[in-house]
Design a protein around this ligand. Structure first.
Ligand SMILES: [Zn+2]
Length: 153
């Protein structure tokens, strides 16, 4: 298929729809720079823009208990040489709470898990951060499609 640029008449493989001085034209990427590009007949470029938008989703930080928290707590408590009751008293929790946590019957709420981390010097919470490099994404997304063509050239 042969396509000619409405402005310069050059034959090319991919062309852009652009509004130049109020008129919608099919132009080559070279001429598109002079107008407002409204569509690019190049699906890959479109997809990339979509991906960038996706990357802009805000960062999420997820805190999760490690799977073997019960084991870690029990082991550490025994290392220190405290009974469940003594340990519970020391951190102002109920003995049953400690018992249930150590048997895995109770997932400690995050604030208690953090307390246990501090008191015992262990790691119970893992943070998962989903970074989308937002600053980078924002910058690229700020480009106009015309800029995009320039970059690709
Ligand atoms: Zn042209």
């Amino acid at each position: 298929m042969k396509i000619n640029c409405d402005l310069c008449g050059k034959t090319m493989e991919s062309l852009a729809k652009a509004i130049i001085e109020g008129v919608q034209l099919d132009v080559c990427t070279e001429c598109a720079k002079f107008g407002k590009v409204i569509a690019i007949k190049r699906p890959s470029a479109k997809e990339q823009v979509k991906q960038i938008a996706k990357q802009q989703e805000r960062e999420e930080k997820i805190e999760l208990l490690v799977e073997n928290y019960a084991e870690i707590i029990k082991k550490k408590r025994e290392e220190i040489g405290l009974t469940q009751k003594e340990f519970a008293n020391r951190i102002n929790e109920k003995e049953s709470t400690i018992h249930n946590i150590e048997t895995g019957a109770l997932d400690p709420p995050l604030n208690l898990a953090k307390k246990l981390e501090n008191v015992l010097g262990i790691k119970l919470i893992e943070e998962y951060e989903e970074s989308h490099e937002t600053s980078k994404g924002r910058r690229i997304n700020g480009f106009t499609l015309g800029d995009f063509i320039n970059v690709k050239k």
